[in-house]
Design a protein around this ligand. Sequence first.
Ligand SMILES: O=C(O)CCC(=O)C(=O)O
Length: 296
Amino acid sequence: MTWPLTEDEVARYQCDGCLVVEAALGAEDLAELDEAIRQATETALGREDRARMIEMEPGPEGNGAAEDRPRLRRIIDPYERHEAFRAVAHDPRIVDRVESLLGSDLDLQHSKLNMKPARVGSPVHWHQDLAYYPHTNEGVLAVLIYIDDATEANGCLQVLPGRHHRYFDHHRPEGAFAGRITEAIDPEPEPRTLPAPAGSAIFLHGLTPHSSLPNRSSADRRTLILAYRAGDAYPLYYGRVTVEDEAVHRPVRGRRARHARFGGPAPIVPEIDGTSSLYEIQAGRPGAPPRPRSHR
Ligand SMILES: O=C(O)CCC(=O)C(=O)O
């Protein structure tokens, strides 16, 4: 069985810069991911170098909820942490659909798992993924797989549809990378929230502005994020961060192209000089200690 997108789905992705596919994964897959999260968390918490594997939400004083479990914000590079995550990254229900959008030569550019825990889950401010890791062309997308039902209350993804045709500035006036869109978008578009049941996959163009609200509800909103790129999309080198990012890419299908393709909107080269996470950068803490192989 193969799982290509329909022509209508491809057209919607091209128009909006995103596409929601419900029931991409089923209950059994979700149970396996749930168990993989449990195991990966337990392993990481038992290790001194856990900061390479997980990122915690800010302390209790940061957002005021008494919790009796670790307040995990993110599992870093889940592809490396458990077979169940690798299985999803190579699963034809995901990769066939990515192939419909990017072609048959595909790499996993990086993976991460945002935990957005009940009551304390951090917001993600408006940004474009490619602002963090510009490529020679726009053949880059992320698949966001909801592991829990995602609602507006628990901070589902929101997007600015149809705004994936240029790079927006993510820098502060003095020049530092802010990790969020810092210019006015004119005309100001209406955000579209993307609530969807657990098992849904959102195919998100690398230039589609997106964000999510904090989770103030009593339900977790965990999301596995798999970023893929076409075989002819090569990262633009802008410093050691590019090298560290490339350490986590993995072949998925076909092969890397001999010739890089240059195309699409002109990238803005980010002024990032450390490997802080998106959350730290957006909170204005870009100087956090370097964390090898963490992905933003
Ligand atoms: O988890 C979310 O709400 C958005 C995730 C995201 O954009 C990111 O981690 O780059």
